[in-house]
Design a protein around this ligand. Structure first.
Ligand code: BG6
Ligand code: MG
Length: 220
């Protein structure tokens, strides 16, 4: 194992509730629909525009708006979301993550962020973690969102490590699929039923350690 590719939302900090709150308000105010609670997990790992399109489809309005109108709505959601994440601090880092980053750095493992979020640099800044990573892949620069492998390939490329020498960490099913499609080893965080395609699954971030990642890598 030479590199670790981190998803951000749900692995480094828990932002799903803020995404859901912002999408729910947009759906209510602009589309007059109430999103079911299941959307909170269904939209994990899904890009902003793909999430917007799924919500329009749910509302039965997928053909009503122009691309420009759809973009304006997605921007409105992002403003609501930014308002929430601007309050993040070091206290919002998920359990075990700071320790894991220290262990990996001590073992000279390269660390890269493979998030679908265009807000990843801002969030890492707020958490005080930006300098802990060797690279952050830019989702605006890749052609396809998760479950396509693109963002993980880009994250590995940016640290100059072959994907086959990397472990990827994800909380979303689409993300685990993306890691596997990139040819890296997948460690899932969450339910082993939902994340059954991962090579190893831990129940929560507190269980993520250097040795767990090494063991997962050894399985290949
Ligand atoms: C992912 C989240 O990390 O980023 C998704 O799990 C989100 O819910 C996606 O839609 C895009 O995020 P952003 O910040 O660019 O709107
Ligand atoms: Mg995630």
């Amino acid at each position: 194992m030479q590199g670790v590719l981190f998803d951000l939302d749900g692995v480094i900090t828990d932002t799903a509730k803020f995404h859901f709150k912002a999408w729910s308000r947009l759906a209510q105010e602009k589309l007059a629909v109430t999103l079911p609670a299941s959307f909170e997990s269904d939209l994990k790992g899904i890009s902003r525009i793909d999430s917007m399109n799924r919500i329009l489809k749910f509302a039965g309005l997928e053909t009503k708006y122009s691309a420009e109108e759809v973009n304006t709505m997605a921007q409105f959601k992002n403003e609501l979301y930014l308002n929430e994440i601007s309050k993040l601090t070091q206290k919002d880092i998920l359990p075990g993550i700071e320790n894991l980053l220290d262990q990996l750095a001590a073992n000279k493992i390269k660390l890269s962020v493979a998030s679908a979020s265009k807000n990843a640099p801002f969030i890492l800044e707020k958490l005080g973690l930006k300098n802990q990573f060797d690279a952050i892949a830019d989702p605006a620069k890749v052609a396809h969102g998760k479950p396509a492998p693109d963002i993980f390939l880009e994250a590995a490329r940016k640290i100059a490590v072959e994907p086959s020498q990397c472990v990827g960490i994800e909380d979303a099913k689409a993300g685990v699929e993306a890691i596997k499609a990139a040819g890296a080893i997948a460690v899932g965080v969450g339910s082993s039923t939902d994340l059954n395609e991962a090579d190893t699954v831990v129940a929560n971030t507190g269980e993520l350690t250097y040795s767990i990642l090494e063991q997962a890598f050894g399985k290949k």
